[in-house]
Design a protein around this ligand. Structure first.
Ligand code: DP6
Length: 327
């Protein structure tokens, strides 16, 4: 008789950092050098099914309907190896995953992807782990994924192994409008980009030294309900991070002229009384932080910029969870 199929399907939502993580204290352990604080998003998620099957000879990984490249498969297998070790078995797995992000949006998927993988794999293996233990597993694959285990506002301290929800909760009801811009060049992955920045940028040390103070301003603003304080420090965190990248050799420039056109537009909106602030990750897209009453004005203003391809209005999303839907 065939052994029972050990299978689970999970959904984890993307997150965007207000206080950025960029740089590692330890490459092998994947410990972040800067404290980060993010918002998990309701509209963008990854769904991942993991099936451990006793007869399989290797892990197979299908992402968005296509067999994953070898480096990606190896990164998935490394997480599965950690789960197999905890479960005390050697079964290989079949992994299927998809992102609901709009095609060609260029939005990073490693956070929600590895969070969904860690959640599904640990449940498929029958492990009864606390969310923080699953956050630790996800972090070892991609540190931002540690944050996608939790819903709403989530923090991950420098050198920390697990993320946790901001506590007490912030009184602010935040919105994040993702402005998807035309991608102009091939991006360097975050892991490689961080290594290059640390090894070659004269500004890396200044970024790491200054990041905790900006993180604290964001955290305090969230707890006090001061939206302008949160927004100003959020924009500063992104610009300090990107300044450290500009100093790399060769320079790491993820931002485009459209990125700056959007930041300029946000400044005009603020001068006219609409508070909206931008943040950017390893790509040219701008994620605009605002309050619910400003969403309509922000969206119509962003859509006037020709290179803005699409806007996605997001609010706080849920923690990772199991689902029944097929993947
Ligand atoms: C710019 O978590 O993708 O999005 O740990 O090497 O996988 P690895 O990096 P990753 O880095 C995310 C960097 C960022 C900022 C952030 O999300 O905090």
């Amino acid at each position: 008789m065939a052994a029972p199929r050990l299978s689970a399907t999970a959904q984890a939502h993307a997150n965007i950092a207000l206080a950025k993580y960029w740089g590692k204290l330890d490459d092998a352990e994947n410990l972040p050098a800067t404290p980060s604080l993010s918002l998990t998003l309701d509209r963008l998620f990854s769904r991942t099914k993991v099936s451990f099957e006793p007869g399989l000879s290797e892990d197979t990984v299908v992402l968005d309907g296509t067999r994953a490249s070898e480096p990606r498969r190896a990164r998935v297998s490394a997480l599965l190896d950690r789960v197999r070790k905890l479960a005390g078995f050697g079964h290989r797995a079949e992994v299927r995953s998809f992102n609901n992000f709009p095609t060609a949006s260029g939005l990073a998927s490693s956070a929600s992807g590895f969070a969904a993988l860690a959640f599904a794999a640990t449940h498929a293996a029958g492990l009864e782990l606390a969310p923080s233990a699953i956050s630790d597993l996800a972090r070892q694959s991609s540190a931002s994924a540690a944050r996608s285990l939790f819903g709403g506002l989530v923090e991950l301290g420098a050198g920390e192994r697990v993320a946790s929800p901001l506590s007490p909760a912030s009184p602010l009801d935040l919105r994040l409008v993702v402005a998807v811009v035309t991608a102009e060049s091939k991006a360097v992955g975050s892991t490689d980009g961080m290594r290059l920045t640390r090894e070659t940028s004269p500004y890396y040390g200044a970024w790491v030294a200054h990041a905790p103070a900006v993180f604290e301003r964001i955290r305090a603003g969230l707890l006090e309900g001061s939206f302008s304080a949160v927004g100003e420090a959020t924009e500063q965190s992104a610009l300090l991070m990107h300044a450290s990248m500009f100093g790399a050799d060769p320079p790491l420039v993820y931002l485009s002229s459209t990125t700056f056109a959007i930041l300029e537009r946000l400044r005009s909106l603020r001068e006219a009384g609409t508070l909206a602030y931008g943040t950017m990750d390893a790509g040219p897209h701008v994620k605009v932080l605002c309050l619910p009453e400003s969403v309509a004005r922000v969206v119509s203003s962003l859509e006037e910029i020709p290179a803005v391809r699409e806007t996605i209005i997001c609010a706080a999303g849920p923690s990772a969870h199991l689902i029944e839907a097929p993947v």
